[in-house]
Design a protein around this ligand. Structure first.
Ligand SMILES: Cc1ncc(COP(=O)(O)O)c(C=O)c1O
Length: 416
């Protein structure tokens, strides 16, 4: 035990060197700088053609008729919710295990999120639970490819078709992921990517809406992109004098960064993939549970999380403390479950939805499967450069903690 003693019990940490640089993101180089400078020198930071060029890049890469750039992913989701026709009292089924922007913008349209379970093995929306939650008021589903793991699209698209529901894909974590070889983000009625700085093809701030549907595109343009609204061939163009009041246009400097980062997406994703696959193999051998993407899919690694098995004597917070005592950068998951947030549990959501009578009560004890999964999660860093030695050190530290888990559980003070 002496040389193998976990650092949390007084041993020597496995990781003695700082390794912040291996996690650095985004990765910029002269190509990004040149792209930004070119726009700056041209001078027009609002209506520069670089934003159209970014949309063309997305159209081509994702094989869709329309791509519309937005100031951020949250606004692109608002545009998507409106464009599929969500209105007062309509229900939209969403996972609780996601970032709030997958659900909350729907409230501004008077639509009501209905939270459904996520699957324990893949973290995607559970099609069986979704079907149970459909009511005569349900109009749409939001499918989130959480952490880069594609959700079960065959089942979700089929049940949406059966019940006449629209499918909105929130692919903000999933640039480069595929389902049966087709790109996530281009599988539903409308897809949205966030290009916020942490994402896989970052622009600083930005969002992209993708669709094959001319009416969805026209609706998104008329929400708040006056320039694109003027150009619409159909009747939605009549709103160009006012729009619907929310300015959605992406800044040209962000679009320049978004283009040069999208061009390097596959190269960046491949490095993350190699590091994370090795990490998953090693940590699984040590007893952690890795997430398993559906076999029809290829995932990408926006984030890498594991579950602690039911028989693991450590709770997630103690495991994190033990790993970090080894010099690692492990944390609890970043997103709280949405159905347990005060916006919903205290009924404040109707401040936004303004329904004459609140249609729904949100119970923090709902979604036992998702809640149980969330309580076992631990989040590892994604290394953005080739870092196999570092990955191996994380595996060594993990194996050490798991070997000594009963002792750590018995001896370590509770973690606040
Ligand atoms: C799953 C998901 N959807 C939507 C968004 C919102 O995107 P943005 O931050 O660009 O508004 C984010 C993240 O930021 C996200 O993680």
């Amino acid at each position: 035990m002496s040389t193998d003693r976990p650092a949390i019990l007084g041993g020597t940490p496995v990781l003695s060197q700082t390794h912040d640089d291996a996690e650095r993101w985004p990765l910029f180089d002269g190509r990004d700088e040149a792209a930004v400078l070119a726009v700056l020198r041209d001078g027009d930071l609002s209506l520069h053609p670089v934003t159209r060029a970014l949309e063309d890049d997305y159209r081509q890469r994702f094989g869709v008729r329309h791509a519309l750039a937005h100031a951020n992913g949250t606004l692109a989701l608002l545009a998507a919710f409106r464009a599929v026709g969500l209105g007062p009292g309509d229900e939209v089924i969403v996972p609780s295990a996601t970032w709030w922007a997958s659900a909350v913008p729907a409230l501004w349209l008077g639509a009501v999120p209905v939270f459904a379970e996520s699957e324990a093995q893949s973290a995607g929306l559970d099609p069986v639970d979704v079907e149970r939650r459909i009511t005569p008021r349900t109009r749409a589903l939001v499918v989130v490819h959480l952490w880069g793991i594609p959700s079960r699209m065959d089942e979700l698209l089929a049940l949406a078709r059966r019940h006449g529901l629209k499918v909105i894909e929130d692919a903000s974590h999933a640039h480069g992921a595929t389902w049966r070889g087709r790109p996530c983000g281009a599988l539903g009625d409308v897809g949205v990517f966030s290009l916020q700085s942490h994402k896989l093809a970052p622009a600083g701030e930005g969002g992209i809406l993708l669709t094959d549907d001319d009416a969805v595109f026209a609706s998104a343009a008329s929400l708040g992109d006056v320039w694109r609204c003027w150009e619409l061939p159909g009747p939605e163009r009549r709103f160009a004098g006012t729009t619907f009041g929310i300015k959605t246009r992406m800044a040209a400097l962000s679009a320049a960064v978004g283009r040069s980062q999208l061009a390097r997406l596959d190269e960046h994703n491949a490095i993350r993939y190699d590091n994370c696959r090795r990490l998953e193999a090693g940590c699984s051998a040590a007893g952690l549970l890795a997430f398993t993407p559906p076999p029809e899919s290829t995932r990408v690694y926006f984030e890498v999380l594991f579950r602690l098995a039911d028989n693991c004597p450590l709770d997630a917070a103690v495991f994190v403390a033990a790993m970090n005592a080894e010099g690692a950068h492990v944390s609890l998951p970043r997103y709280p479950l949405l159905h347990q947030q005060p916006l919903f549990t205290e009924g404040r959501w109707n401040d936004l939805a303004r329904l004459p009578a609140p249609l729904r009560h949100y119970d923090p004890l709902d979604l036992p499967q998702t809640t149980a999964m969330a309580g076992t999660l631990v989040r590892y860093p994604v290394f953005t450069r080739p870092a196999l030695e570092l990955v191996d050190a994380y595996i060594t530290a993990t194996a050490r903690i798991m070997r000594h888990a009963p002792t750590i559980a018995a001896l370590s003070p509770p973690v606040a």
